[in-house]
Design a protein around this ligand. Structure first.
Ligand SMILES: [Zn+2]
Length: 648
């Protein structure tokens, strides 16, 4: 590429102030970086994002922090060029270097334009980089390069004006310097504001123990225990699990703690109720100390290689801000070193998360159009016809991990084939002869086949564990994140196979996904942290506990649960993203709609060993338990008046 000759140096000949042309370059860069930061911030702050949970003041802080960082990065990139051009030997090359320096603002502005274009076409027409294939991808790449060149040419003219402008009495230098000072101040404040709790898991890793068992946590989305032969279903939907169950701990009455995938998985990781972490659904993220307190982080500290194999957005450790928990999440190395982690170590989560978000937004898009890595649209996963072999690829990835494991391995595999509302099983047994395209939503034949498919996947994992002689050094946890159609009050599978079939039995007392982390830690003889709210199933006191679960469906747009888009207008106090609070006690479920203030209750389908009537709660007692729980987790419950709720 030809480097255009530099008009800056020529026009500033009369005033040969040495740094004058560089001032133009710097000002242009700072302006470009500032515009970029502001527009990205504006885009994120005006749509449902994790910023919604912050005060306006904090949102502006995030903007200032981000701008400071982008500007400083741009300036640091330019500095080597300035330093080199100081050497007399490079005097002649100085104009060329200043021109090269102008590539910085040109790339920043081209990137910004690409993002704006993409935001616009995607918002209006649902067409964008993420949906581009083949030639279209190439076209985007071409547009990007053309934009860089165009901005480069124009940056030159702009910089020249900045450097030689009529009022150019050094005010630009003042702006540059004050910008730098302001940026440094903001960064310093950000570092001082770092929350204390985040140091919790940063202590030196304890002595790493080689002989720990591998842990495979395998969850499939939205599986009803009632549809599994493992739990007595008439159709043989889980033959492999039935065999495994003979030497496993199986919970007959297991429940999730949220009806939404993100809320459920995060409660499973952290051992904390969603009411504590306030993570229910994207764009909720883990914040403060919560981001560092979880099972994957503890295991990683114990020398485990921790890998998450799931889907973006809903279950992605990265998107949900599970910090220092996974070495790899969804093919992406979780940053454990490097600039981003250094920044994250020293500043508040919110700042660092914004930085991740914005970095990913551009990196994902550039990689897609330059054919480096495909980008996936999280909404397509559940609303479009899914890639029927997506789960298969993930299972194969886990098989490779098992074969290669030479240190204790913790894998969380989350599969989506059973999610619905439509299902695309590879092998059709119960839906044989039916047309995939013509299936009705939540069709039972297809659903049962997708559960059988899940069983087959578990089977292939068992086969490889045996082949590699790792079966007896592995803990297998099989579960789900909620019942079909996001209902938390349906029984879900929970099976734990310990090495040598230890602790094998069937538990009928109600258990919850919150119990999984304490159980695993208990088995490994790792102290269970006080923040975990579940109980180890290895020492379960067999009296009934109230089990709480939360749903967000009341705040999904138009009440249409299949739209998966959050109605932000309803994200308001006192309950924010919480739409319904559920309670399971013995064989009865209770549900309080926090939005409509209505009450409903019913019997849990297929409940094993129901309690006697005198053990059951009255509606008043159940409502009181829910209200007390919400109160204890910081919600304002003054709008929940029993007389009004029961009269509706
Ligand atoms: Zn789910």
């Amino acid at each position: 590429m030809m480097i255009p000759e530099n008009p800056i140096s020529r026009s500033s000949k009369e005033k040969p102030a040495f740094l004058r042309p560089w001032t133009g370059v710097f000002l242009t860069t700072i302006l470009a970086a500032g515009t970029y930061s502001f527009m990205e911030w504006l885009f994120i702050v005006t749509k449902p994002s994790f910023l919604n949970g912050l005060s306006t003041f904090r949102q502006i802080e995030v903007l200032l922090f981000f701008t400071a960082l982008v500007v400083l990065t741009a300036i640091i990139t330019l500095l080597p060029l300035v330093l080199i051009s100081l050497f007399p030997a490079f005097q002649k090359a100085r104009p060329v270097m200043q021109n090269v320096g102008l590539l910085a603002p040109a790339v920043i502005l081209a990137t910004l334009t690409l993002l704006l274009l993409d935001n616009f076409t995607y918002t209006v027409f649902r067409i964008g980089i993420v949906s581009s294939e083949g030639l279209a991808r190439l076209l985007y790449a071409f547009v990007f390069v053309a934009l860089v060149v165009w901005f480069w040419q124009n940056a030159e003219r702009f910089a020249k004006k900045q450097a030689t402008g009529a009022k150019g009495k050094g005010w630009q230098n003042i702006i540059t310097i004050s910008f730098l000072v302001a940026a440094l101040c903001i960064l310093a404040v950000a570092v001082m504001r770092k929350e204390i709790g985040s140091q919790a898991v940063q202590q030196a890793a304890v002595e790493r123990i080689k002989n720990r068992p591998h842990i495979l946590l395998i969850t499939s989305d939205g599986v009803n225990a009632a549809n599994m032969s493992l739990y007595g279903y008439k159709r043989e939907t889980s033959p492999r699990l039935q065999v495994l169950a003979e030497s496993s701990l199986v919970a007959e009455n297991a429940f999730p703690n949220s009806g939404s995938t993100a809320g459920s998985i995060i409660s499973l990781y952290t051992g904390k109720y969603p009411s504590v972490t306030r993570v229910m659904y994207p764009p909720n993220i883990l914040r403060g100390a919560n981001a560092y307190q979880h099972l994957p982080g503890i295991l990683r500290n114990q020398g485990y290689r921790t890998v998450q194999v799931s889907y973006p957005h809903y279950v992605d450790a990265y998107s949900l801000n599970v910090l220092e928990g996974f070495d790899i999440a969804n093919d992406r190395s979780m940053p454990t070193s490097g600039v981003l982690v250094t920044i994250q170590r020293y500043v508040t989560n919110d700042y660092a998360y914004f930085l991740y978000e914005t970095t990913n937004r551009i990196v994902d898009r550039l990689r897609h159009i330059l054919f480096i890595k495909r980008m996936t649209n999280p909404y397509d996963l559940v609303t479009e016809e899914p890639d029927i072999v997506a789960d298969l690829h993930k299972v194969n990835g886990v098989l490779d991990l098992i074969r290669e494991a030479d240190q204790p391995l913790f894998v969380h595999l989350h599969l989506m084939g059973t999610h619905g509302p439509k299902y695309y099983p590879i092998n059709k047994v119960f839906s044989a002869g039916q047309e995939n395209k013509q299936q009705e939503v939540w069709n039972t034949d297809y659903y049962d086949d997708s559960i059988l498919q899940f069983d087959t996947y578990v089977g292939s994992i068992l086969d490889v564990l045996r082949e590699t002689e790792k079966f007896d050094q592995t803990i297998l946890v099989i579960g789900s994140d909620h019942g079909q159609q996001f209902v938390p009050s349906k029984r879900i599978p929970l099976l734990i196979h310990f090495p040598a079939g230890a602790h094998a039995r069937r538990i009928t007392t109600n258990v919850q996904n919150l119990d999984i982390a304490p159980t695993l830690l208990d088995f490994l003889e790792i102290p269970i942290p006080g923040y975990m709210q579940g109980q180890s199933l290895l020492r379960l006191d067999e009296t009934q506990r109230p089990i709480f679960a939360f749903r967000n469906t009341a705040i999904v747009k138009g009440g249409d649960e299949a739209s998966f888009e959050l109605d932000v207008s309803r994200l308001s106090p006192p309950f924010y993203q919480f739409g319904r609070a559920n309670l399971e006690y013995c064989q009865v479920w209770y549900q309080l709609d926090l939005y409509k203030k209505t009450w409903s209750t019913g019997e849990i389908l297929g409940y094993v060993q129901p309690c006697s009537n005198d053990m059951l709660l009255t509606n008043e007692q159940a409502l009181d338990l829910i209200v007390q729980h919400l109160k204890s987790t910081g919600f304002d419950t003054s709008s929940l008046r029993p007389d009004e709720i029961f009269s509706r």
